[in-house]
Design a binder for this molecule. Structure first.
Ligand SMILES: Nc1nc2c(ncn2[C@@H]2O[C@H](COP(=O)(O)OP(=O)(O)OP(=O)(O)O)[C@@H](O)[C@H]2O)c(=O)[nH]1
Length: 353
């Protein structure tokens, strides 16, 4: 999903590295930091500590050079801290250390990446020096299916969500991913990997997958994702035709809605998005959209319109023009739990003419 359409200027990309306990996040980051490359990459480990004022340990790598810093956050870890606190702490650190080319932020194994992604996305809109580049999820291919079914890693207590038969952390981390590293492929056979791939695709049809051992992946796979921008629309259109059928026994899945014609106006689309992204509070199986991407055509506009959303936040981008005679389809992919595809589809058809 490399985009050349929107360049957030001189802002620094932040990629969130997430994954359930023991998936191989640290292995990945160590590998990245010790590989020879000419990029200045900051790695921030978002660790839970015992003390109230928690700290982020941090490493910077360039040409194999490594050192550590401590990043003080007054209100605890990044996921729980007051919004821009984490962003400010990183900016202060850059004042001291000079700018980085990339920032990789590792979450804890039990983190829901949604709120962290929203925080960085919102802050880039507010003029911060950072922007959200995307979410990379590392999975333990050997144990992933068990974790998806609510089993927990050794020594962990089953989370409230898993106990209630709701989504598991592992499921949410897959749902929010733009890139997925299927790690530990040395521990299972090819058939098992292929079957796991299908399950993952049915939860999140839009992420790009790669298989790995010891988390060895090309640097390009996790950098310059531009997953929250006006993404390259030709790539996007292809992704939308991916096999998004629901094969997994999970509550989160991907749904595609598609309509011919045009969306009437930005105002109408904005209203539809606000309504669709809202959680169905009060219902027994609460609908919750975690991520949404789409390309639509507005009446009387030449440009494609790209939509991005995470949780209840969304943005609309005017991008490249439609070709002469090109069929102007409107396509939106939604990743969420307890979605009524027919209802979402019906309401979408109603705003496209
Ligand atoms: N067999 C095998 N072991 C791996 C692979 N990748 C990592 N490991 C091992 O798995 C264990 C967990 O890896 P980490 O990188 O610490 O995982 P993590 O996601 O950072 O774990 P937490 O910090 O507990 O969330 C370590 O003992 C690694 O050496 C792999 O591809 N194959």
């Amino acid at each position: 999903m490399n985009s050349n359409t929107a360049q957030p200027g001189t802002k620094i990309p932040v990629t969130i590295i997430t994954g359930y306990l023991g998936a191989g996040k640290s292995t990945l980051l160590n590998y990245i930091l010790t590989e020879q490359h000419d990029k200045r990459i900051a790695v921030i480990l978002n660790e839970f500590g015992a003390s109230e004022s928690m700290e982020q340990s941090m490493q910077v790598g360039k040409d194999g050079e490594l050192y550590e810093e401590w990043l003080e956050l007054r209100n605890g870890c990044l996921c729980c801290s007051v919004k821009d606190n984490g962003v400010k702490a990183i900016e202060n650190l850059m004042l001291k250390k000079g700018k980085f080319d990339y920032i990789l932020l590792e979450t804890t194994g039990l983190a829901d990446p949604g709120p962290i992604a929203s925080m960085f996305w919102l802050d880039s809109e507010l003029g911060a020096e950072l922007f959200l580049d995307g979410v990379v999820t590392v999975i333990d291919s050997k144990h992933c299916l068990k974790y998806l079914q609510g089993e927990v890693a050794k020594g962990e207590v089953k989370s409230k969500a898993a106990n209630e038969g709701n989504t598991t952390e592992c499921e949410r981390q897959i749902a929010l991913a733009d890139r997925i590293i299927m790690n530990k492929c040395d521990l299972i056979g090819d058939d098992e990997v292929a079957s796991l791939e299908k399950t993952i695709k049915s939860i999140n049809a839009t992420a790009t997958l790669t298989r790995a051992k010891r988390a060895k992946v090309e640097l390009d796979f996790i950098l310059d994702l531009r997953a929250y921008d006006a993404i390259d629309t030709s790539n996007f259109a292809q992704e939308m035709y991916a096999d998004y059928k629901h094969v997994a026994d999970t509550t989160i899945r991907t749904v595609l809605v598609e309509a011919e014609g045009h969306v009437v106006s930005e105002e109408v689309l904005t209203r539809w998005l606000a309504h669709t992204l809202m959680d169905d509070e009060g219902e027994s199986d609460i609908k919750q959209i975690l991520r949404l991407k789409g390309v639509v055509s507005f009446k009387d506009r030449k440009e494609r319109v790209v939509i991005q959303a995470v949780q209840e936040m969304f943005d609309i981008f005017y991008t490249t023009p439609w070709e002469e005679g090109e069929k102007r389809n409107n396509r939106i992919l939604l990743i969420g739990r307890f979605m009524d595809q027919d209802a979402i589809n019906k309401s979408f058809q109603e705003i496209c003419h």
